[in-house]
Every structure is written in structure tokens, then in C-alpha cells.
Design a protein around this ligand. Structure first.
Ligand code: FES
Ligand SMILES: [Fe+2]
Length: 364
């Protein structure tokens, strides 16, 4: 039974590429087990089409662009950006059924988002909020990594940051993360895990950030506010401020973080197959904004940190595959991840009829 349960919903916006990846070439990518090809029209508008020619199924990504149209590399059928075949070189007339699927697409927050399910439900206002990635009050950049694991393992990883102590001890982890209490709240699409660590020594990464940005050395109040948006986006509000400078919220009122340094770790994880995913991330900061070298250093620093996660996640997926009889056990640290998984499961369930294979009836 479990192997027939889909591992992801289809009626959702999924990041399919960073804006800079898509241009006047043909970019082939698998999103939610569907092979597609992306490119930009001459006016810059991005396009995503099914990557198989209507005629003999050659991947269209092996063809070439002719203006806004895509020419198949086998027998030259020409498709417009809507996926309609507009020219068949060896025929006088067009077969009107000749077309390939085109995907609803929105470009926002530096990502190309595709709607993989019913196009009638593709509402652009539902794209997850990752505005820090292009907001002038923040400086941000990031990368895409392909991870050989179920996308939900990445969500689990981000929802419980106690792993920092063991996986990222040389940069962002320390004992305080494990020891600090945390709160979990949720609604029907979001889960928030909030952790404040007051009067602690900053881990190496944050000690150097606050020292360089604010010339501060000493104990800090550190926060991690993880916000999951179903099905697979996680934004993490992180930072440190001098202890006692007022950053800690009081009586439901937000604190004053102006003496501190604040970052947002932006993550959206798109299923590629059941056992692999495209993990798009960025790190945004609100200090030393004009310094491009800092943007570069932070991006490369976070790249090194995420490589540590990648090694763990791929080994974990391998172990899951190697031990099909074993399941997970939950600890209190998993409260956020468990809640997030419930929202993902509920979303998948809601779509179940769309996933069910309908047996083909023999014609009478
Ligand atoms: S396979 Fe594309 S034109 Fe024949
Ligand atoms: Fe990590």
C-alpha cells in the first residue's frame, strides 16, 4: 500500500530553477517525476514545456530555439511557448492535436515556480513568500543542490536544528541549541518552531558576523525561528544580538534587534523523483549590505555547511532503503518535523483521486 502512496502533492508551486539558470538555451530538468524543458522567449519571459516531442518523443531539450519557438531536433516540428505545434515541415496542413504540455509558470523571488497539477488551480498569489531573496533591505544569494534523498528528509532536517551541534559543530552549532527550550505553533499550512538562547556564547559563525558588523564581542541572545510553509518551503529567521540589548520579545511584543545581526535562511525543496530532490537555498542578511565580497563569502560558507547536511541526508536515505522493515521513532526534538509531515500528508490525501490509477476499460 505504502508504495502506491504518492510522496508529494501536485497542486502546488514548486521552484524549478533559479532565475539565472534559464536563458536562451534549453534547460532540461525533472520536477515531480515529470521531465520538462525550460527556456526564455526573446522578451525574457520564461517557458516550461513537457520534454518529449508529440511526434516520436525525442526530448525537445535536444532541439533548438527559433525566436520564441522550439524546434524538435529530429524531424523539425515547431512548438510555440504554449506547447502548440505551429509547423510540420513535411506537411501542408497542421494536425491540431499536435501539442505538448506547457506548465503554468511564475517568476518570483528569484525563482521560476511551476504548477505541476491542475492548471485551473494555479493561483500566482499562492507562491511561497521568499521576498528576502530580492528585497533591497536585504543582501542575498544562494545555490541549488541536487540531493539524493526524499525531499521530506530535508524538511525534517530544517525543522530540527539541534543537529547543528553534531553536524555543524565547527560553524553554527554549539551545546546551547540542544539545551534551549523551543515552542511549536501551527495552522493548516504553516508550522513555526521558535527557539531563543539567551546569554550564550555565540558559535564561531555568528561571533565573527557580529564582531565584523557591529564591533561587538561578548555574550549574545541568539534566535532561530523556523517557519515551514506546506508542502516544502522553510524560511529560518536567525541571528544574534548583544545580551540584554532588548532583542528578546517581551509580553508578546517583538524585541529591538537593531544592535544585532539578522539573517534569513531561505529553503525550498522540490521533489525530483521519490528518492531525490532539488534543494534551492539562499542566505539573506540585513547588515553590511553594500559589500559584495560578504555576499560571496557567506554563500560559500553556507555551501560548506550544507555539504555536511547533504552527506548526512544521502546516507540516511541509503539506510532507509537498506532497512525497509524499519521506521522512524519520534523524540520531542521532532515536534516541528512531525507537524510539518502531517500537513504534507494531509495535502497529498486531499489530492488522492487525482493520483489514483484508473484501470483502462476495454472498448465494448
Ligand atoms: S520526434 Fe520530434 S519531430 Fe519527430
Ligand atoms: Fe544542517
Amino acid at each position: 500500500m505504502s508504495n502506491t502512496t504518492p510522496s508529494f502533492p501536485l497542486n502546488a508551486w514548486y521552484a524549478a530553477a533559479y532565475d539565472v539558470e534559464v536563458g536562451r538555451g534549453l534547460l532540461a530538468r525533472t520536477i515531480c517525476k515529470q521531465k520538462l524543458v525550460m527556456y526564455r522567449r526573446t522578451d525574457g519571459q520564461a517557458v516550461a514545456l513537457q520534454d518529449a516531442c508529440w511526434h516520436r518523443l525525442l526530448p525537445l531539450s535536444l532541439g533548438r530555439l527559433d525566436g520564441d519557438d522550439l524546434v524538435c531536433g529530429y524531424h523539425g516540428l515547431v512548438y510555440n511557448p504554449q506547447g502548440q505545434c505551429v509547423r510540420m515541415p513535411s506537411l501542408q496542413s497542421l494536425n491540431p492535436s499536435a501539442c505538448v504540455r506547457s506548465y503554468p509558470l511564475v517568476e518570483k523571488h528569484r525563482f521560476i515556480w511551476l504548477w505541476m497539477g491542475d492548471p485551473a488551480l494555479a493561483d500566482p498569489s499562492l507562491v511561497p513568500d521568499m521576498h528576502w531573496n530580492h528585497d533591497p533591505d536585504w543582501a542575498a544569494d544562494g545555490k541549488l543542490i541536487n540531493v539524493k534523498c526524499d525531499y521530506r528528509l530535508v524538511v525534517d532536517n530544517l525543522m530540527d536544528l539541534t543537529h547543528e551541534t553534531y553536524v555543524h559543530g565547527s560553524s553554527i552549532g554549539n551545546e546551547a541549541v540542544v539545551e534551549a527550550p523551543f515552542q511549536v505553533t501551527h495552522d493548516d499550512q504553516h508550522v513555526t518552531v521558535t527557539r531563543w538562547m539567551e546569554g550564550i556564547e555565540a558559535p564561531p559563525f555568528w561571533a565573527s558576523q557580529i564582531q565584523q558588523a557591529r564591533q561587538y564581542k561578548g555574550l549574545v541572545d541568539r534566535w532561530q525561528i523556523i517557519r515551514f510553509e506546506a508542502p516544502c518551503t522553510v524560511t529560518i529567521d536567525v541571528g544574534v544580538a548583544p545580551t540584554g540589548a532588548g532583542a528578546v520579545p517581551q509580553d508578546g511584543q517583538p524585541g529591538d534587534r537593531s544592535a544585532g545581526v539578522n539573517g534569513f535562511v531561505l529553503n525550498t525543496i522540490t521533489p525530483e523523483t521519490d528518492g531525490s530532490c532539488h534543494y534551492f537555498w539562499a542566505f539573506a542578511r540585513n547588515y553590511r549590505l553594500g559589500e559584495q565580497a560578504v555576499t560571496h563569502q557567506l554563500r560559500e560558507g553556507v555551501t560548506r555547511i550544507f555539504r555536511e547536511d547533504e552527506a548526512v541526508l544521502e546516507a540516511q536515505q541509503q539506510a532507509i532503503d537498506d532497512h525497509p522493515g524499519m521506521g522512524f521513532h519520534n523524540l520531542n526534538i521532532d515536534a516541528g518535523a512531525v507537524r510539518a509531515r502531517r500537513l504534507i500528508d494531509a495535502w497529498i490525501d486531499k489530492e488522492r483521486p487525482a493520483h489514483q490509477v484508473i484501470p483502462i476499460q476495454e472498448a465494448a
